[in-house]
Design a protein around this ligand. Structure first.
Ligand code: C2E
Ligand code: CA
Ligand code: CA
Length: 566
């Protein structure tokens, strides 16, 4: 009795010459090492379809294919990240061609005049072994080590392949962007270890809540993505998303505690919302952002409304680029008052964009766009340079007033930030205390970057550091104590936020003032609009004030006459 141990290898032969095909087929059939299941294709179009299907182990490819060449197939294989080895059969003896084919991703090549069974066997076996080793490594760099899920790279590759497949079968796909609500709180209050356990658990639940044909990845901190295949309608997607939410958002037993889990999800559809992976990812991300605005535990589809916003953003981005080149930005200044001396104690520089038609655009409109597209970096540099040069000019005229500038977290992430800032300070020979940067609490949430050293360097150069909009973000007392800060600015929502003459949140302003003074930090109250607010804040121990009650932000020409007595 004989038992067949021969390994079965699904072999695609792309060959337009039927005689050559017969030779190959016979050689393969004679093998006693492997059981080749041969499928014969004759055109580029058939080969392309087969690549997308991926239903084979190895592809033997004739280099000459009618008016096409094997290169066309190799290119397509690369585009869709085909993971199967392709061995090219070349008719001519041309070493340069062979080299070039290997560079284009061929696993190996065989001269057509040596189609012996032994040679084919060996070449195919080696190609399969090499490919599997290669894939193992590739797999490692495409995996998220914590959860074992794919990472962003792998996710995008899967998307490309799925899109190629869906476009052929005119079917739909859905891309889900998901993040855990309040994950930062878990990390901060219970530690990274618990945070990691929670992420692993969520990854696990996610994977179990989708079908086999769907793909789940972790693309960053607490961000997961899911690719849903074979979708028939948006209603389908809603159902699946609701099912996923139900599965993932159950209480999570982690270590010794039980955590409530909730997620927010943004959805983009192929082909309705876009045909490129990057486009779909961006749109799902925007939809996620929108769902966050609805509160925790919601999901949101990418909509016409978001599309309009995206277009406006793109137009604005282009206009901002031009504005930077055409020097259309300008600084306004809002004085801060020292209530003890009744004098101007400082200025906050606030950027404005004066469009060529004279319209003045508020930073609330364009800063968020500049942040998203990275233009905030050069715009921020312009602010620093302009502020430093004004301070230096005033000094020569005998005027000294400290000036604050706003710095977004995105600017700090840019590597050259500190060097540029300190270069400007040195170049204009600013004295300690002349310049202050205002950072928002957001900066400290992002644990990826080490801001402590950065801030110390800035401070050592004589630049003061203030926390802006204090109380609206993270409000952790820990960083107030640990970081080299000089001042905090109470957000205006606590001062005049409810539109009434009185203080809107007296208990909060009081506790911020007590806390800050305990830590020897100066406090500025922002958005002060009425005399009553000034009086109440004075009773609570506040000394510095900024707001419409004293001054509105004003252009340089209006400000300078008021400073002549400084
Ligand atoms: P911010 O840093 O909180 O600036 C204070 C904002 O409050 C300014 O708005 C100011 O005009 C406004 N304000 C001042 N006093 C009062 C008041 O009594 N009542 C009310 N309701 N509002 C008051 P503005 O100038 O429109 O700036 C908006 C935001 O844009 C700023 O908020 C800041 O986050 C950002 N920004 C402004 N200039 C820059 C800049 O050069 N770089 C960066 N990265 N961001 C900037
Ligand atoms: Ca500010
Ligand atoms: Ca502020």
């Amino acid at each position: 009795m004989t038992v067949d141990f021969k390994k079965s290898i699904r072999t695609l032969v792309v060959e337009d010459d039927s005689q050559d095909f017969l030779l190959i087929k016979t050689a393969l059939r004679n093998s006693d090492r492997a059981d080749y299941q041969v499928r014969h294709l004759t055109t580029l179009a058939q080969a392309t379809d087969a690549l997308v299907d991926g239903d084979f182990d190895i592809l033997l490819l004739d280099y000459f294919l009618g008016e096409h060449s094997g290169l066309d197939v190799l290119n397509q294989a690369r585009e869709i990240h085909c993971t199967k080895p392709i061995v090219v059969m070349t008719g001519t003896n041309a070493p340069e061609l062979d080299d070039m084919l290997m560079k284009q991703g061929a696993a190996d090549f065989i001269p057509k005049d040596d189609l012996s069974t032994a040679f084919l066997d060996r070449t195919i076996r080696h190609a399969l072994e090499r490919k599997s080793a290669e894939l193992e490594i590739a797999e490692l760099v495409r995996r998220d080590h914590l959860t074992g899920l794919g990472n962003r790279v792998l996710f995008e590759e899967h998307m490309e392949l799925a899109i190629a497949r869906a476009s052929r079968s005119s079917s739909q796909l859905a891309v889900l962007f998901m993040d855990l609500d309040r994950f930062k709180d878990v990390n901060d209050s219970l530690g990274h270890h618990i945070g990691d356990l929670l992420l692993t658990l969520v990854g696990d639940r996610l994977k179990r809540s989708v079908r086999k044909s769907d793909f789940v990845a972790r693309i960053g901190g607490d961000e997961f993505t899911v690719l849903l295949d074979g979708i028939n309608s948006p209603e389908d997607v809603s159902q699946i998303v609701e099912h996923i939410c139900k599965e993932v958002c159950r209480p999570a037993p982690v270590s010794n505690t039980t955590l409530d889990v909730s997620v927010s999800i943004g959805v983009a559809l192929y082909p309705e919302n876009g045909e490129l992976p990057i486009e779909l990812m961006q749109k799902a991300d925007m939809a996620l952002y929108e769902s966050k605005a609805l509160g925790p535990g919601h999901y949101h589809f990418f909509t016409e409304h978001l599309q309009a916003r995206l277009m406006r953003g793109l137009e604005l981005e282009k206009a901002l680029r031009d504005a930077l080149a055409d020097n259309e930005f300008e600084l306004f200044f809002q004085p801060q008052i020292d209530i003890d001396s009744q004098q101007i104690a400082g200025l906050e520089a606030l950027i404005r964009w004066r469009r060529s038609d004279g319209e003045l655009v508020s930073p609330d409109e364009f800063i968020p766009v500049a942040v998203r597209c990275g233009l905030i970096v050069p715009i921020g540099q312009w602010v620093i340079e302009t502020a430093c040069s004004i301070i230096s000019r005033w000094r020569k005229a005998g005027i000294r007033v400290p000036m604050s500038i706003n710095v977004s977290p995105r600017q700090l992430k840019f590597n050259g930030f500190v060097d540029h800032l300190l270069d400007c300070v040195r170049h204009h020979e600013l004295a300690p205390g002349d310049l202050e940067i205002e950072l928002t609490e957001e900066v400290f949430i992002d644990s990826g970057v080490s801001y402590r050293q950065m801030m110390q360097k800035i401070k050592d150069a004589g630049v003061r550091i203030a926390i802006d909009d204090f109380g609206t973000g993270y409000s952790s007392m820990r960083y107030l104590r640990d970081l080299p800060l000089d001042r905090i600015k109470i957000d205006r929502s606590f001062v005049s936020g409810n539109g009434e003459a009185s203080l809107s949140e007296p208990a909060i302003t009081q506790s911020i003032l007590s806390l800050a003074h305990g830590l020897h930090l100066e406090v500025v109250a922002e958005g002060v609009e009425t005399n009553e607010q000034v009086n109440l804040l004075c009773q609570q121990g506040c000394r510095y004030f900024q707001g419409y009650h004293f001054y509105r932000p004003m252009p340089l020409a209006e400000l300078e006459p008021r400073l002549s007595n400084h």
